[in-house]
Design a protein. Structure first.
Length: 433
């Protein structure tokens, strides 16, 4: 370290897990969290950083301990050989597996902080002088209902920067995963808080103390959109702490909205979708490390192809794929939010089933659905919740935390069904209400 302390920071590696929805023909070990972890290690060595920081959930779950152990050991050995210390804390997924793994590793530079839920400090020194203090806390059980900062009583120092390392759920009162408030972070003497738990990366507090979530370095499911990768944290002797993301993820999940107004058939829609996604890859994505883009397509607009798109969107998901530059592009899902090419206002003037559906859709567009169609929203919500509780979703519940359906989900479901039914009625009547 010369003029500034340089850290490489990541978290939520979930070694042993694999990104979901990867097509079989493209899947392989190069798309695993292990591969991005080893790329992160090489980045730390190439940049000759002062310390690597990992903010919990290194191991996905205890039953994946052995899958994670070899990959983690390999990376730590490389950092050890390069003389780069590593600071880690345990999260809710690896509260029991990580301490055991750390104890079994032969490393002179690996620092596990906060064992048994007790705050602990490790000081990085150079020539016998402190250059940074790392204050860390680890989960000691799967669920922690109180803020760890209630017990944070490590002394303030002025001889070197203080960096807090914590796996926690920020600004989420009542969470089971160490709920912490931004105000609590601001009340500490730390210069920066490096957080784990939330898989979407981003800065939470942009002033001193800087607070941010690294996010998962490799996204793990379609809910983890945007760019992913570790961060460099620069702490100058005088000046503001800086954070910059390094885009090392080889997989990216995205959503692209495509207006298919005027499209006459699914074949034409396929061409429009392809062009929109290619432009998205060219103009929006950093493709240096990216190998696979999985896109959730949201179709909008009024089109004569509405019913055909509803009927055929699953086959379109399977069949639509291409390469754009060095990136393989596949469709994760297609959400058909189009509307039949009809005049709802004119149709709603009638006195039949089609008019009723047209009025319902207009109410949904205007955001007044509950006022006029509350009973239908209730019935739709009950149906969506019944589907949500089906056994088929149990594997997904074990991997992620599914939120309970709400009114928005019910209205979306109601709207989709009403559009399909209206289009069917009009088709049966030759397009006349």
């Amino acid at each position: 370290m010369e003029d500034a302390l340089e850290l490489l920071y990541t978290g939520d590696l979930h070694l042993g897990r694999h990104p979901s929805r990867i097509p079989d023909d493209l899947d392989g070990p190069e798309l695993s969290p292990k591969a991005v972890w080893l790329s992160t290690v090489q980045e730390a060595i190439d940049q000759d950083v002062d310390t690597v920081v990992i903010a919990g959930d290194i191991v996905d779950q205890e039953n994946r301990y052995f899958e994670a152990y070899g990959a983690f050991e390999d990376g730590i050995a490389q950092l050890d050989e390069a003389g780069i210390p590593v600071v880690v804390v345990a999260g809710n997924h690896d509260f029991d597996a990580l301490p055991e793994m750390v104890d079994n590793l032969d490393s002179d530079t690996l620092q596990f902080l906060g064992r048994e839920g007790q705050w602990e400090r490790w000081t990085l020194e150079q020539d016998g002088e402190p250059v940074a203090h790392f204050d860390g806390w680890s989960f000691s059980a799967e669920h922690v209902y109180e803020s760890p900062l209630e017990e944070y009583d490590l002394p303030e120092t002025d001889d070197a920067p203080q960096i807090g390392v914590l796996h926690a759920d920020l600004d989420s009162r009542g969470s089971r995963y160490a709920p912490v408030l931004s105000s609590e972070l601001r009340d500490t003497p730390a210069d920066a808080w490096l957080l784990g738990h939330i898989h979407s990366p981003g800065i939470q507090i942009d002033s001193r103390p800087l607070a941010l979530y690294s996010g998962s370095p490799q996204p793990l499911d379609p809910g983890e959109q945007q760019a992913h990768g570790p961060w460099t944290i620069t702490i100058p002797k005088n000046g503001e702490v800086r954070a910059e993301q390094i885009l090392l993820a080889s997989v990216r999940y995205d959503q692209v909205s495509v207006d298919v107004s005027g499209v006459e058939d699914p074949q034409e829609a396929t061409s429009v979708i392809s062009e929109e996604i290619k432009e998205h890859v060219r103009s929006e994505l950093d493709t240096r490390s990216l190998e696979l883009s999985l896109v959730r397509v949201h179709l909008t607009g009024r089109t004569d192809a509405h019913s055909a798109l509803v009927d055929r969107h699953r086959s379109m998901e399977r069949d639509l794929g291409f390469r754009e530059r060095s990136v393989s592009v596949r469709i994760e899902s297609i959400d058909v939010d189009t509307r039949p090419a009809i005049d709802l206002e004119d149709l709603a003037e009638g006195d039949n089933a089609a008019a009723y559906l047209a009025d319902l859709l207009l109410e949904i567009e205007n955001g007044d659905t509950r006022e006029s169609y509350g009973n239908m929203v209730d019935d739709s919500l009950a149906a969506v919740r019944q589907a949500h509780s089906a056994n088929a979703y149990n594997p997904l519940r074990r991997e992620t935390e599914l939120r309970d359906p709400d009114d928005n989900d019910a209205i979306e479901h109601l709207e989709q069904q009403a559009r399909v039914l209206l289009d069917t009625l009009l088709s049966q009547k030759g397009g006349n209400a």
